[in-house]
Design a protein around this ligand. Sequence first.
Ligand code: SAH
Length: 214
Amino acid sequence: MHKDNYRHKGKRQQLVEIVKRKGVTDKKVLGAIGKIPRHLFMDSSFEDHAYQDKAFPIAADQTISQPYTVAFQTELLELSKNDSVLEIGTGSGYQTAVLCELGAKVYSIERQHELYKKTKNFLEKIGYRPKQLSFGDGYKGWPEYAPFDKIIVTAGAPYLPKTLLGQLKVGGKMVIPIGKGVQVMTLFTRKSDTEFDKKEYGDFRFVPLLEDKN
Ligand code: SAH
C-alpha cells in the first residue's frame, strides 16, 4: 500500500530539478520536495501523475496543489524551525507535510469534512505530526492558537480576510493568493500592530476559498 521505491525517488529528484528551474532556491524547501512521497497523497490510480509539476484532483472536488506552487509559497514564508504556522486548506495534507518537514508547528484547517478525516488519518499513518488539524472555516482563522509566526492560505481568496491578518505576530508573514478566477500571490509582513508591508508575486490559479458552508 504505502510503498516508496527507487522509481519514486528518482522521479522526485526530477521534480526537484523542475521546481528549481522555475526559480525556487531555498535548499530546505527543495529538500522537502525531494523527500516527501507525493504519490501517497493521491489516489493510487493516479500515481503516475504524482511527480509531474501539476495540481491534481483529490476527494471532494478539491486539488492537491502544484509542487512548484507549494514550494514557492513555502519559500516566501522564510520559515524558522518551531515557527507556529496556520494553514488554511489542509486538502491532501501535502503542503502540511512540507511545513512539518521544515520543523514548523502546524495548525491546519479544512472545511470539507471528508478531506479533514481522510487526511488526519493519513498523516498519522505516514508519520507527519501537525500540532492540530481542524474541521472548520478558515476565514475565521484559529483564535485559540493565535497569534502565529506565519499564515499560509492554500485556496484562492476572493478578497483579503482581515481576521487572518489580525492573527499574525508582529514580524510575522502571511502568504495568500487573492482574486476571483486568477489569483495574485500576495505576501504580507506585519510591521507593527497597525502596519503591514505588502508584496505581490504574479498570477496563480487555485480552487476557491469558500465561505458559509453548512
Ligand atoms: N494544501 C492543500 C491544497 C488543497 S486545495 C494540498 O496541498 O493538498 C485547497 C483546500 O482548501 C481544499 O481542500 C478546500 O476544501 C479547502 N478550503 C476551501 N475553503 C476553505 C475554508 N473556508 N476554510 C478551510 N479550508 C477551505
